[in-house]
Design a protein around this ligand. Sequence first.
Ligand SMILES: Nc1ncnc2c1ncn2[C@@H]1O[C@H](COP(=O)(O)OP(=O)(O)O)[C@@H](O)[C@H]1O
Ligand SMILES: [Mg+2]
Length: 333
Amino acid sequence: MKVNDILKIEDITVEFILDSGNLRALNKVSLDVKQGEIIGLVGESGSGKTTLTSSILNIVSRPGKIMNGEIWYGNKNILELDINRLNQFRWKEVSMVFQAAQNAMNPILTIQDHFIETVAAHEKNYSEEEVANKAAKLLGYVRLNPERVLKSYPHELSGGMRQRAIIALSLITDPKILILDEPTTALDVITQAYIFEILKELHKKLNLTMIMSTHDVSVVGSMADRIAVMYAGEIVEITDVFTIFNNPHHPYTRGLIMATPSLTDDLNNRKAIKGNPPNLMELPKGCNFAPRCEYCIAKCLDTKPEATMINENHMVRCHNYEEVIARGHITKS
Ligand SMILES: Nc1ncnc2c1ncn2[C@@H]1O[C@H](COP(=O)(O)OP(=O)(O)O)[C@@H](O)[C@H]1O
Ligand SMILES: [Mg+2]
């Protein structure tokens, strides 16, 4: 673990145990997270984003099971914590905003009650008044009017307001790491942009480390320091955001960027990636992306590509990445 790493995910494999067999949703995923950085996890639906983010808190939902791997936070392997210590760890060290959380609030509790219940479950020493004061401060950070919002029930707020309230709620226990699983997917584009602006402010103000997943690479471009691209349960490329957008080495990354509307002035140049992600129960013998890949060579059909380090900060899993580079930088024409 490097000095400035706050979290080290090592070789995590998760399988869903199904009647029809084991479905491997994550295959030996490793990821080092640096203190204070923002990591974007990008991949199509089904690529393993939720499985990975929930593995970090050891809360993969049944019938999913972490089969292998370690998750190091300082000198603690999170996967070995007993339930009490894990509960401490969740919220106080790492907090998570779940996918579509804004639609899963308790309808009979006010926003203030949500804060009080959350704190009561994790810290015994706060009075309700102290919690309300701290909640008001955090609601201000997410640009909500505390007086109005604390008294409201979830249904009295818009989806975007509820999502901002949940982000504030996730910070009430002063976590060091905030994980957000598709935090803006259900929201309109303007609200998305607004929430990203707020998250950027929070990141700075609270010195947070953030891991944020999305199926839309364009939305994290303005936000993340590094982007990890996931495909069929693996990270196929990871590097800094500039390189991901301007000089991607994996054909899938290149495809995602080419399909991003905001980067090409001429909509006719937009090109969706052909085909669909593979069935995880019937993965191809070679590279998982080979059946969809325009750079596919013979080797790709029979050998899975290992991780290649282009430099210390750039990993790619592709036999033919040199050809991707040779095709040239992506022009924003
Ligand atoms: N409860 C489940 N039962 C069976 N398979 C699941 C379950 N949850 C997820 N999976 C499988 O695991 C893979 C990864 O899912 P997930 O992590 O939710 O992807 P993402 O968040 O990127 O959309 C998917 O292909 C899906 O088929
Ligand atoms: Mg998901």
